[in-house]
Ligand binder design. Structure first.
Ligand SMILES: Cc1ncc(C[n+]2csc(CCOP(=O)(O)OP(=O)(O)O)c2C)c(N)n1
Ligand SMILES: [Mg+2]
Length: 554
């Protein structure tokens, strides 16, 4: 049966399982919007296309399914870029659909033309390095193959964003709907590892103080359970990257918490002082996790790295054993190998001694900071108590959560880890809540970041999407202030600013406002506020001089 290309695109979205699309219309993409009108897909009108791309990213991150955003040609497409770049860095399957001027006016200076002809800006070139696949769809005869390629890129082994830019006249052409049959939906392959599990099992057997460094790969491969079982069976402590926070429930005896420059340093100290074998499971060892690639973390230790992505192996350190494979199946095999051969659990003495030592009273300077951060610490404690499992927490600040937020072994903490763009948490949380409709949702961010994306709170209001926005009100870009304090002789420039009145802002948005200045305010917040089904703007006050004292690389 002949249908329009716009219809075909909408049916394609449906086949991908898309139930929500985030975006803003423009003349060049209206034919597709018109077909969305008749479909079951819910469209969410955003305030800025960057928000649409972040929302799709949030949806994909929580659902582990493809998500979609849509924008018009020219500025609509360019506004998507930061959000799509973030999806690329996070390897999220986000499909971006954009319009384009009609092919017959390419190069003639059409309004918002962005096909790269005759000096026009070139969407394809702009998106080339931040997508797994991008296509300006100028004809219909190859449409089946284009959609198939898009599908492989979205759902393949290394997923990532895809851009389909469709000129206005092409959207209105007709095609046979049999084109959809050319699309293959890849099944997730469990890749078996190439190296026998026994080699790793022997290294673990020989080690005195092995430590697992769990990364996001553990979450991607569904390895939480086997990692936790493994750790408990053999008394092997686990530290995680920020993105893998909670792979083993934090606060439990074998959890060393996060490894990273902005964490409390507990895991770092244990690794440096005691570990003789590090088992990296799907962990990238980036600048933050590795303390700027601090050699002390690795020297004198055996290092094993397991990753399903061969390009990660040996990328920033030299492993003694590198295994390219699925983390879950590999660890299941190692567990079986060690059980069959009856390995006794490792002694916990070192871990106990370490815990004892780190319980010593803090240095005076740290004490002062703890006091200043008391409200934030208390907020995270109450949050963990109140919602131990099902809340979704999108966090652009990340510094405080690393030390103060104990994440249970459920996947509900989403740090701003992609390209670390300010203005991410609110839209990402909105996107996530569109999928996880029963999960209380939090966006935690600074006042600088808030002002980059706060208008998306009106998107939540317009679409009735419950959300808690927690803004840390310190009247400064504190990372910048911290760096200028530590590295630039306190020559402060362009870090401090005056905030709007958050109470009035909330009132004008029509959402509830809570100002937290004391522990009693926090008690009231958790006792009185509807944190599950309402939209709330929660403001936590912090002295602008009280920035965390970790040392940035630059
Ligand atoms: C889009 C973007 N621009 C600039 C930066 C650089 N940057 C990183 S942290 C930061 C300050 C953040 O201030 P705020 O959101 O108020 O959080 P605070 O640290 O004060 O809690 C800036 C400007 C960035 N990460 N992203
Ligand atoms: Mg701030």
């Amino acid at each position: 049966m002949n249908i329009s290309v716009s219809d075909l695109i909408v049916r394609y979205l449906e086949r991908l399982g898309i139930d929500t699309i985030f975006g803003m219309p423009g003349a060049h993409v209206l034919p597709i919007y018109d077909r969305l009108h008749d479909s079951q897909i819910k469209s969410v009108l955003v305030k800025h296309e960057q928000g649409a791309a972040f929302m799709a990213g949030g949806y994909a991150r929580v659902s582990h399914r493809p998500a979609a955003c849509i924008a018009t040609a020219g500025p609509g497409a360019t506004n998507l870029i930061t959000g799509i770049a973030n999806a690329y860095a996070e390897r999220l399957p986000v499909l971006a659909i954009t319009g384009e001027t009609s092919t017959y006016i390419f190069g003639k200076g059409g309004l918002q033309e962005s096909a790269g002809e005759g000096g026009a800006i070139d969407q394809g070139a702009l998106f080339a390095s931040i997508t797994r696949y991008h296509k300006l769809v100028e004809r219909t005869d190859y449409l089946g193959q284009v959609l198939n390629q898009a599908t492989q890129a979205l759902l393949g082994r290394e997923p990532g964003p895809v851009l389909l830019s469709i000129p206005y006249n092409v959207q209105k052409e007709t095609v046979d709907d049999g084109v959809l049959d050319q699309i293959h939906f890849p099944h997730k392959l469990a890749i078996r590892h190439a190296t026998p599990a026994s080699e790793l099992a022997e290294l673990i057997r020989a080690a005195d103080a092995p430590v697992i460094v769990a990364g996001y790969g553990c979450i991607q491969s569904g390895a939480r359970e086997v990692v936790a079982t493994f750790a408990e069976r053999f008394n092997i402590p686990v530290t995680t990257s920020l993105k893998a926070k909670g792979v083993v429930a934090e606060g439990t005896p074998l959890s060393l918490g996060c490894l990273g420059v902005t964490s409390n340093g507990d895991a770092y100290r244990y690794l440096v002082a005691h570990a003789d074998l590090l088992v990296f499971l799907g962990a990238g060892f980036n600048e933050r996790t590795s303390y700027v690639w601090d050699a002390k973390l690795l020297t004198g230790k055996k290092v094993v790295q397991i990753d399903r992505d061969p390009t990660q192996l040996g990328r920033v350190f030299q492993p003694d054993l590198a295994i390219c494979g699925d983390i879950r199946t590999t660890m299941e095999d190692v567990l079986a190998a060690l059980e069959t051969n009856a390995m006794p659990p490792k002694a916990l003495d070192r871990l106990d001694l370490h815990r004892e030592a780190t319980r010593q009273p803090a240095e005076p300077a740290q004490d002062e900071q703890q006091e200043a951060f008391r409200l934030i610490r208390l907020f995270f404690e109450l949050l963990a108590q109140r919602f131990p499992h099902n809340a979704l927490v999108f966090d652009d600040n990340i510094v405080f959560a690393q030390s103060y937020f104990d994440v249970s072994d459920h996947n509900h903490y989403f740090p701003n880890s992609g390209i670390s763009s300010l203005g991410h948490a609110i839209p990402a949380a909105i996107g996530a809540r569109c999928f996880a409709k029963d999960s209380p949702t939090f966006a935690i961010l600074g006042d600088g970041g808030f002002q980059m994306c706060c208008m998306e709170m009106m998107t939540a209001v317009n679409h009735g999407i419950p959300l808690n926005v927690v803004v840390i009100n310190n009247g400064t870009l504190s990372l910048i202030r911290k760096n200028q304090f530590q590295l630039y002789g306190e020559r402060y420039i362009d870090c401090d600013f005056t905030n709007p009145d958050f109470a009035l802002l909330a009132q004008s948005f029509g959402v509830a406002h809570y100002r937290v200045e004391s522990a009693a305010d926090l008690d009231r917040l958790f006792a009185e506020a509807d944190l599950s089904e309402s939209i709330n703007l929660i403001e936590i006050l912090l002295d602008k001089h009280a920035f965390p004292r970790y040392l940035s690389a630059r």
